[in-house]
Design a protein around this ligand. Structure first.
Ligand code: GLU
Length: 370
């Protein structure tokens, strides 16, 4: 049973289609500030519980970013690697049609794990409304998340955290868990700022080069060989070993629950930036905070994606998107870290506090009109 509180979830819709084999759900967590916003996660293991947690993260993310969106998220239970492109398209289209009862009025979709601009095209066409999702291809007037909005924002959140600790990015090493859309761009922008990229990972494993990797060479290797582990002269390890590497900054950018009870003590980084959604629990974050590790929470660090979605929603350009991602992520990360320091609480608690205040204010205002 999904847990709920005064914020939500407001609605949970479960949908099936025996013709295409589609099985999915959408959780609309809170719509006080606007339609529930959040992407479609397509994995074999996705559950309503996971989607509900992610929907709540979206509620906080949009409120903190000051966007007129609430929080939502959806899941399709499927393994895209085991199906043909036609099958995947049919599942996305059938999911989109089944969601017409809530989308785009109460829920606006977007890319997430295993869904990207192509899937958004299929989704929007099947729904019939261009407002039903964001992250659509440029040919449809969209701003694809593949332009790197989330990774760009993650890099800015990292720079703010570095400054907050009085450090210089040029003297720091970092590791990026995952070399997908988020990790790739976070690594690109951070190396451009002079940080030393010593490790990254993908589904094949982890590559560690203590002297630092050349970002462009890494990109070539990934494109040619299909995996970062083919980077020459790198030490190869298991993906999850990235948590315990001797680095200054750890950027998470792929799987949920990466940092666990079993590996939390191995962390050597001074700063953990959560580019991925829910890479650990609030209890473990508290533990790391008490040990003096600065953890920039997911919904603060990775808001770039949904900020990009908002710019698309209002018909803006990619140039405007990059400007808005930078200004909002820098401002909000700095604010959250400042409040956390002043109140001697962990950054997540400070961020949740700011977000909830904004949502409750709107909910009270709406209630007083009834
Ligand atoms: N999947 C992205 C996220 O978790 C984007 C969501 C959106 O733009 O609605 O933030």
């Amino acid at each position: 049973m999904v847990s709920h509180d005064e914020l939500g979830p407001e609605k949970i819709l479960e949908v099936f289609d025996s013709k295409t084999g589609m099985r999915g759900f959408v959780v609309i967590d809170n719509t006080a500030l606007g339609p529930g916003k959040g992407g479609i996660r397509m994995t074999p293991s996705v559950s309503i519980d996971e989607v509900a947690k992610l929907a709540r993260a979206m509620t906080y993310k949009c409120a903190l970013a000051g966007l007129p969106f609430g929080g939502g998220k959806s899941g399709i239970v499927a393994d895209p690697r085991k199906m043909s492109p036609e099958q995947k398209n049919a599942i996305i289209a059938s999911f989109s049609k089944a969601l017409k009862v809530v989308c785009p009025k109460l829920y606006v979709s977007a890319p997430d794990i295993n869904t990207a601009e192509h899937e958004m095209k299929i989704f929007a066409e099947a729904n019939g409304s261009m407002k039903s999702c964001t992250g659509k291809p440029a040919s449809m007037g969209g701003i694809p998340h593949e332009l790197g909005s989330t990774g760009f924002g993650v890099h800015h959140a990292t720079l703010v955290a570095v400054k907050h600790l009085g450090l210089d990015i040029k003297n720091l090493s970092f590791a990026v868990e995952g070399f997908g859309n988020v990790g790739w761009f976070a690594a690109k922008f951070l190396t451009e700022k002079g940080a030393k990229l010593v490790a990254t990972s993908d589904s094949k494993g982890l590559v560690y080069v203590p002297d630092g990797m050349d970002f462009n060479k890494l990109v070539d290797v990934k494109k040619e060989k299909g995996t970062v582990t083919a980077y020459p002269s790198g030490q190869i390890m298991k993906g999850e070993d990235i948590v315990g590497l001797d680095v200054d900054i750890l950027v998470t950018a792929a799987v949920p629950d990466l940092i666990t009870e079993a590996n939390k003590d191995s962390i050597k980084a001074k700063i953990v930036v959560e580019g991925s959604n829910i890479p650990t629990t609030a209890d473990i974050e508290q533990y790391l905070h008490d040990k003096g590790i600065l953890v920039v929470p997911d919904f603060v660090a990775n808001a770039g994606g949904v900020i990009s979605s908002y710019v698309e929603y209002i018909g803006g350009t990619p140039e405007r998107m990059f400007k808005m991602v930078e200004s909002k992520v820098v401002k909000n990360t700095a604010k959250v870290l400042k409040v956390a320091k002043k109140q001697k609480i962990k950054p997540r608690d400070a961020a949740v506090h700011v977000a909830i205040e904004r949502i409750k204010k709107k909910m009270e205002k709406k209630a007083s009109k009834i």
